[in-house]
Design a protein around this ligand. Sequence first.
Ligand code: MLT
Ligand code: ZN
Length: 463
Amino acid sequence: MSYGDTAAVVETLRAHFGERISTAEAVRRHHGEDLSYLPTMLPDAVVFVESTAEVQRVVAACAAARVPIIPYGVGSSMEGQILATAGGISLDLSRMNRVLAVHESDFDVVVEPGVTRKALNEHLRATGLTFPVDPGADASLGGMASTRASGTNAVRYGTMRENVLALEVVLPNGELLRTGSRARKSSMGYDLTKLFVGAEGTLGVLTEITLRLHPVPAAISAAVCPFDSLKGAVDTCIATIQSGVPIARIEFLDDIAIAASNHYSKMSLTVAPTLFLEFHGTEAGIREQAEIVEAIAAENGGRGFQWATQREERERLWKARHDSNPATRAMRPGAAMFVTDACVPISALADNMTAARADGDASFLKFKINGHVGDGNFHVSYLVMPDAPKELAEAKRLAENVVMRALESGGTASGEHGVGLGKLKYLQREHGNGVDVMQSLKLALDPHAIMNPGKLGAPATAS
Ligand code: MLT
Ligand code: ZN
């Protein structure tokens, strides 16, 4: 695919955007790298848009000149989703950061894509409502919808797929599309909202997102529980779900990650495979939930719950969980982290994680395993020194084994980090001729492949 001249489009757009269009090296560099191990890929220019009309203006100019557009939120993508594989314009949506409407009685909110998860919850503070999807990073909601993100409490509240009700999208020809509605259910034809959630900006630019909200629970409690074995922790998770306890979070960290957290986050946790748990409900409700889960854990080699009853303790516990990546990186100063993500039917989770552990133990790399075990979702994260091609090759080999085992177990190559460039090579293996359907959809909406080239249905320039 050959693309047009970005410089000419920049010239055209400068009259309107002035200082809000930049070709400065530092700005392009900032927009050409994310949280993945992948190399930096710079766009030719960055435009800071402030409204849907401005997005339409940029898209129309790029469509006319066949110049690539890469939607950009905060750059926290995990698989290279925002990397500019073919130059073009990075469309920075961070200034589209207004909460447009809160419908308290209907439990929904309409936001612009640059609103971050934390900013939204700050805005909602007085309402008693919350947007729970929590991938750890303070990602933009546009980015979270585009990558179908989830995180630590999807087991109770679902992923972005379940929490986006409706969208406004600027299509690759500059036209505006509205999908879905604020109704909780609909049987009116194809679900276009779900098509754009997870499309990674390859079909259009999300300019307005309607999200489900949930009540802030009356009572919350959290605990950690070390186990004799990884399998005991996973079996506890399965039995908890089977018991009907509406567990709000049930997260796994292996002994390596726990040791790293003790050091980095100044915790004093037992070094063992561990579950981090959170209960939401009424005071009486969470006590009852906790009793049931404590009994289940004890039957599966749990060595006792350590409670975080005060809010500060709870926040400290979850901060340690969310800081697990920097904590593990600190075990090997200067190392980068090669994170892989896979998701399997929960009955296959313990075997998949155990195999990943054995494979990693037989290697020379340092690594840790953590998981959103309630969803059958886990990450294996390898520490790799920059400029150490042997280490990178080994991490890729081990990660490939993780993914192939997950696919053989009836799972998926990416539970929540998306496809980007890192997982592109598994698309065919996972979807078979579904990839042809994706390509047809892509071509129908974006015949010149200007939307985020190299990703999903667009021609790939990297693997
Ligand atoms: C997490 O589980 O902490 C997030 O998905 C981020 C990550 O794995 O790196
Ligand atoms: Zn995760």
